[in-house]
Design a protein around this ligand. Structure first.
Ligand SMILES: Cc1cc2nc3c(=O)[nH]c(=O)nc-3n(C[C@H](O)[C@H](O)[C@H](O)COP(=O)(O)OP(=O)(O)OC[C@H]3O[C@@H](n4cnc5c(N)ncnc54)[C@H](O)[C@@H]3O)c2cc1C
Length: 482
């Protein structure tokens, strides 16, 4: 029933069977977040998933279903072996490789598909996804479960492409959730944070393969942030689908201060009838990797134009990253104040191994998934429903634990500072701080989500520290010894 097969992306998810005993260690992509379970389970099929869960339900074992661990926080950690008197399992659905191309421009896929492999497979059928993250290195269900997104004011996160899914609850009962028949419930399951059960397959909207034109322009930086961000806001008025890589700052070790780089760049994508040579992946600038600060135009099939394959990961060194979503109307004000706040933190960064700091901006259409960081539930009629997405990356010279912990610590402070001012929401897999009060304010459907979570997981087997502390699931504290 249970099979073990090696992962397609071993650098992203490393499960080590300890030399002594039977512990299994899970790591995130830069290996700085990890946990250790008693077992690693990879069921051969959906029935194997149900049988495993039925067997574990009476024992109330801890079960963490994992994708590829492509995240910055502890969203996906298992319960550490020995921290309670129950067995802890890591479960991967990597063996569930069903693929059906349906007649209604949808595909039904098993939970084992990597986004990269799936995109390649779809290309063989002249199909593609319209919406992807900047990299396609995740597991498909892992990507959907956190609301992975790219950029575009008329584009929503990947989870909005889900039209139905099959999910096993803690008792091992499998149900189909369908966007038409179970419309309200689907809003909870699309972005589920791994809290609502083991999703065994999903049906997603696809589209015919087409080309996009990508234009990249070098922009001049200035320390007059109001001017800089007003110019970017103007660019967003002209370009629906745009990512801005910058401003960039370099750490001046002598002065112990950040120095702004004179230039940075923006890329935007638009439809085209071009069908010639495909050349956007000559470098990996959709992911900021390579010689990117230059003016150029390229053309490519949509997924290759907007996102990078695993080869486009140019660094998996330690770095801290935040990503906040806030209504587009706050763009200039928020960008200025985040930048100034960051500058005010500089004294805290002295004496560490800092190298580079990159601001990045994207846009995203709002949606109505309960746990979507771009949910529109608490917006007023004055809001357009479009979100700005601000990311800050703190890169370091060498992998240095103290630098990482220091940067991660103050990275959390941004949400306390600006969360309620700008209605800002953190990306679930990027340094999201524990603050259930703020979570409730910006995810007003949290109580409905938690009701479904209790139904799906009455004994808190799927819960972990992250879910309990972020969502305030008090009933699960005793089960985890928290
Ligand atoms: C360098 C870097 C760049 C990134 N760029 C982007 C970006 O451009 N845009 C963006 O939005 N995000 C981005 N992310 C975040 C990341 O891609 C997503 O958050 C994504 O969820 C990771 O997918 P994974 O399969 O690796 O997930 P994991 O972390 O392994 O899993 C994510 C969640 O899905 C759950 N899960 C996995 N499989 C199942 C299943 N079968 N059933 C139920 N639940 C399941 C897990 O329990 C967990 O809660 C980036 C992360 C990194 C490290």
């Amino acid at each position: 029933m249970v099979a073990f097969r090696s992962m397609r992306l071993p650098l992203l998810l490393l499960l080590l069977n300890a030399t002594f005993g039977s512990a299994h260690r899970w790591f995130n992509w830069q290996y700085e977040v990890s946990c250790e379970s008693d077992t690693f389970i990879a069921p051969a099929d959906e029935k194997g998933v149900a049988d495993f869960l039925k067997k574990e339900f009476p024992k109330q074992s801890h079960i963490k279903v994992v994708g590829n661990g492509h995240g910055f926080g502890n969203l996906t950690t298992c319960t550490n072996k020995g921290s309670t008197n129950k067995t802890s399992h890591i479960v991967s659905l990597t063996n569930l490789k069903k693929l059906e191309i349906n007649k209604d421009m949808t595909v039904t896929v098993g939970a084992g598909w990597e986004v990269y492999d799936l995109v390649n497979e779809l290309k063989e059928h002249n199909l593609s996804f319209n919406y992807l993250g900047a990299m396609r290195v995740q597991n498909i269900v892992g990507a959907i479960s956190t609301g992975t997104h790219g950029t575009g004011q008329n584009i929503t996160n990947m989870a909005t492409q889900v039209v139905s899914l099959r999910v096993a609850d803690a008792r091992g009962e499998i149900r189909t959730i369908d966007a038409h028949k179970n419309a309200e419930e689907m809003k909870a399951f699309r972005i589920n944070l791994g809290a609502l059960g083991l999703i065994t397959e999903i049906t997603l909207k696809v589209q015919p393969t087409h080309f996009l034109k990508k234009t990249t322009k070098v922009l001049n930086a200035t320390a007059d942030y109001t001017k800089l961000y007003t110019e970017l806001a103007d660019l967003y008025k002209k370009h629906d689908r745009m990512t801005v890589w910058g401003p960039h700052f370099n750490w001046d070790a002598k002065a112990e201060d950040w120095v702004i780089e004179p230039t940075f760049y923006a890329s935007w994508w638009e439809p085209t009838n071009y069908t010639g040579v495909r050349n956007c992946t000559l470098n990996y600038c959709a992911n900021g990797c390579g010689d990117c600060i230059k003016d150029y135009v390229c053309y490519d099939e949509t997924s290759d134009a907007v996102s990078c394959p695993p080869q486009g990961i140019c660094s998996s060194q330690f770095y801290a990253e935040i990503e906040h979503f806030f209504p587009m109307e706050h763009f200039v004000d928020a960008a200025v104040n985040y930048t100034k706040y960051q500058q005010a933190q500089t004294p805290k960064m002295k004496g560490f191994e800092n190298e580079k700091m990159i601001f990045q901006f994207r846009a995203l259409g709002g949606d109505d998934s309960y746990m979507s960081p771009a949910n529109t539930y608490n917006l007023s009629s004055e809001n357009s429903g479009v979100f700005a997405v601000l990311e800050i990356d703190w890169m370091q010279k060498v992998n240095h634990w103290d630098t990482l912990y220091n940067n991660q610590q103050f990275a959390y402070d941004f949400q306390d500072e600006f969360g309620s001012v700008y209605n800002a929401r953190s990306h679930w897999n990027k340094m999201s701080p524990n603050n259930p009060k703020h979570t409730l304010a910006v995810f007003p459907k949290l109580p409905e989500f938690l009701k479904i979570q209790e139904r799906q997981d009455p004994n808190c087997q799927f819960a972990n520290d992250f879910l309990v502390n972020q969502l305030g699931i008090e009933r699960c504290r005793p089960a985890l010894n928290l």
